[in-house]
Design a protein. Structure first.
Lengths: 357, 357, 357, 357
């Protein structure tokens, strides 16, 4: 690290990362679809709930641990599946995973990671999920499911909001070219699996339907997590085909603009889940208070995406550790001040709607 | 085109057009009545609805075509009747019409067009509507109805919100003088047909009543579209006199300020229409998502006005084509991400009110 | 006038007046109590209602005349009782009254006018009201009531919101000293009638109660207008003691800050009036649309205060005429576009609440 | 004082204090937890209620006196317990207390005062409360209760919102080090009583429960005031253990961010109190109107915190006197203009919700 003072919150991490990253990389990370209304809304929506402080409830022994799909995590903050961590630090996903493992949380590895699934599995002793799409080629999907199982991954995360390419205007202006990840089976595989129109990211099949997710579920013994759900109707359908969890996500505002914030649709998703599957969330988490709010609204845990890149850009593995530690400290304060010594004690009474003033 | 990068969205088209047009022309196009509150509101109101993404619904074959008054269009975006396209490009309405025809949509030709109705009808093979006012002189109205029929126009669009001249302060400050169009039957006709006070645009009769619209309907075999409707009551009255469609419009905020946005009154208009007439909309359409929102609220299609001038100013016919193509691409993304492969599948469940944060 | 372009709306009148007036005089006119929240709110509240355009209703012959306490006015905009017009123009109230008379409206003359009631009555042939306070000295009050009657005034306007001096911070900072008006019976009268603490404006008795207003009503044959009413309860009490009209007013935000806008409490006042007395309004009127909104909510007419000073500062009598003419033109547009040819046809259906976007 | 004009409101006091104080001290006083959302909200929330002016109610003899826990105060504004007044003026708490006594109000003395409780008690003839925490060491607590009684204090104020250290980012950036107060029994006592993690302010026991507050109540004959209450549930619990009053407080936004404003939860607290205990409030009081609003919502009196430091920084004892006098003058105006001559006449009808415009 240089002589800048160490960042004391995630916003300062972002500012420092912005200084250090090439503009086009920073923009790729920061940007979203079209007008970036959803990017902003994901963040600001947390302010529409206020915390209700409680006193005299013995908060001397806080316990931030919980479980996600049966795996114990030390903090209810997981690493979202984001492609290409090497754009922020030469050690890429390896650094991120070591940080996650060091802090006792789960990392979801992107289909477009810069390290192979297997290389990552060997980098630390922690918990990994593999993220993929419903590819056009079921053979590719099946081979990835098998690779995940073989490499000891804990779950399969299927990203469902990428069946059509987004319009990210910062990238168009920067003429940004993403390097495809190393996990595809053969050179040019991405061309085969590209959605219509060609050349877009992700390789997700635009023709995929719920049958495809059902088929994925049938092809693996690992739990299946459906990512990119924003409606109660789709939570219902996930439950119907036997998914184990959903991630309420609008892809950080990077695919479709003009959605509600994820935290705004969380209650609808939790109600639809009826306890049949776990509900997770990503989008806009920057403060410990955001985490507590999401948990109070029914999320089992949350993910961070952009902040992991900021941590990497600032200080590699140690930067990601610090990002996680800052969130932990802020979650502790929030839990203590609201009289909630355990994750299980965080319920809806922690919150009240905060009218816009 | 010069060396500026090609605009990638309609806002960039506007910025580039603003550079290229004389200030008074840009202001004439951009401006609205008095404080321009309605101009701004037309735009911002779209943000008060959020889109609800849906997944796994086979969006591999999107179909954006629909029909408007029985005419098939390839995209639910029509060209609004705006006077004087030559202020933005020497080819004027001819360029616009060629673009509309090339992209399979309808152009409504303004009473104040710079090319005559007949010249335009010969410029391309597409679909044209003729816009007029309830003139004081029914003979003039009748002659135009006959000219429209003779020239192969598909419909008559009667603008109803211009019975009294507006106060457009940019034009007053710029001492802006509009050139009257070429369609009037004799030199000085506009003086005859000017509303009170004299000299205002449009030539609409301030004494006109519903009887006049009923008379117009009786004088033509073409469908009659009532433009400038902002209340359920007036939709009712349109239905009563047998109009075939209404355009929910506040004239782009150019006639009466302090109205709601058109998209805000759309649901009221659709409810009042009870399926008896088609409901169209103009006002503030700048993104494909806006189009999908209007359709979800019950519009059969929408119109663009100011953006056609931006397209013309930037690159003539090709500029208008590009404007339409950008909207098409954005509509496609929105439909795909919301799991709506056809225009018919866009319904109210696509939307949810987005509280102001 | 100098070479500045003639102002085309009241905001431009204000800007020009600000250039021409000494800062302390401009500030005295523009300023309000403490944080000036009510000054701003008076203005912005109009935006919380939208107009509902209507079409095809024969607006060829607009009639803006109405009656106020039986007096016919040509436009529903009256001149509020504001002290010291000479601060804006050497002709002071005489110029204002001539403008009001020329345009067929009523002028309410302030207790603190720079011309005596009698001098004004001789300056033109129009309609005048006399404004006073419930003075400590009933003899003074009685003598003014008699003077008003003798000079041919049409009504007595009793200002009720000034029983305690306000805190106007601009004036404190500017060390502003108001010149007491010429109407008081003897030098130093203002000291006798000053409220507690001494030296404040107005001379209103802080101990006054409804009995005092009842007494005033009993002492004059002229109609009595209660000014400064902001609640339904006080409208009730006005009706009980037989007042003929109320002016819903927060004194332009100049006495108590943190109130609602006058237009926001208008409906409450109108409901309480139950038709027993006329309801008038001042506060924030800057556009013709504001006037129409107030009328739609039940006001019989409205007053302008600050704009008369801007008119005076810009061009004396002709400036005030122009201010009134601008409002008339804007009222005409609004009436025509909403399909309301007469003042009587302006009702609640002209409006709809406009949600903040 | 220097040549700056004397501040005429509390905002000007703040601006002048900011000029005079070292940045780190100003920041310590001004700052709050994390994003300082609650600091800002405490202030802005007052604007969400409007005052309802009333007229003709005899306001010639205003009486601002009331009682708090049986003690008569001349004005319903008390001095909040804030540590270390010497950071703003060399005379510290002594100056503040003299000002409070001069103006007939109560001063709550912080556990972290720069003058000992006993020294303060001798500095003037007024009313003092002693503030403490539920310390880990009940012996320390007991000794302070006895000292308070011995020194003639009127009440015990137990701060309950400080069981966990806050995150105040200004202080972190400024590397701010607070000097521990003089009241602790032995050098290093603060280490013994520090919460987890060590080194934080306050010495409050994170393991404390309602039993501890009940025990405090049992150990003193003085009234016990619970400070830092933000929910109806905790008011209930305070009533249950026999507390005499609560202070609705979020510690000026200095402990947990993202809460509602104190004035927003006041009604909930008052409802829960059911008249069994007095409800007081601190947070964001800057204008007399704020005081009247809080009283109208059911507070018996309010506290000022930051403004006392501004008063001290500007002019020591006389600065605090002036701060209190400004508030008194503004309360008088508000009471007079709302027709409320006594504190007891201020009820809920003074207020109406002010929709955000």
């Amino acid at each position: 690290m240089n002589a800048s003072p160490a960042p004391i919150n995630l916003f300062e991490f972002e500012a420092l990362a912005k200084e250090r990253l090439p503009k086009s990389e920073y923009d790729y990370i920061a940007g979203g679809a079209t007008d970036e209304i959803s990017v902003e809304r994901n963040r600001r929506a947390y302010e529409s709930w206020a915390l209700r402080p409680r006193v005299l409830r013995d908060v001397s022994a806080l316990d931030l641990s919980t479980t996600v799909l049966g795996t114990k995590v030390n903090v209810p903050v997981l690493i979202a599946p984001c492609g290409g961590h090497k754009k922020a630090h030469p050690e890429g996903e390896v650094a991120t995973y070591r940080a996650a493992a060091a802090r006792g949380t789960i990392m979801a590895v992107s289909a477009n990671s810069n390290s192979s699934f297997e290389e990552l599995a060997n980098a630390a002793t922690g918990h990994l999920w593999l993220q993929l799409y419903p590819f056009r080629d079921r053979g590719l999907t099946k081979s990835w499911l098998d690779r995940a199982k073989g490499a000891g991954y804990d779950a399969i995360c299927v990203t469902l909001d990428s069946q059509w390419p987004p319009k990210r205007e910062r990238n168009i202006r920067n003429n940004y070219r993403r390097i495809r990840g190393v996990n595809y089976s053969k050179p040019g595989a991405e061309a085969v699996h590209a959605p219509r129109p060609a050349g877009s990211e992700g390789g997700s099949d635009p023709a995929a339907t719920w049958k495809d997710l059902e088929w994925i579920k049938s092809q693996t013994a690992l739990p299946v997590v459906a990512k990119g759900i924003m409606t109660g109707e789709d939570v219902d359908l996930c439950a119907e085909i036997g998914a184990d969890a959903v991630i309420v996500s609008n892809h950080g505002g990077r695919h479709l603009d003009n959605t509600l914030a994820t935290v705004e649709v969380l209650a609808e998703a939790v109600a639809a889940a009826k306890g049949k599957l776990e509900v997770l969330l990503d989008g806009g988490i920057r403060r410990g208070a955001d985490v507590v709010k999401a948990l109070a609204l029914g999320a089992k845990a949350v993910f961070i995406g952009r902040p992991l890149f900021w941590g990497l850009a600032v200080d590699g593995e140690q930067g990601v550790v610090r990002v996680l530690d800052i969130l932990r400290e802020e979650i502790e304060i929030t839990m203590a001040k609201c009289g909630r010594p355990t994750i299980g004690s965080i319920d809806a009474t922690v919150l009240v709607k905060a009218p816009r003033l």
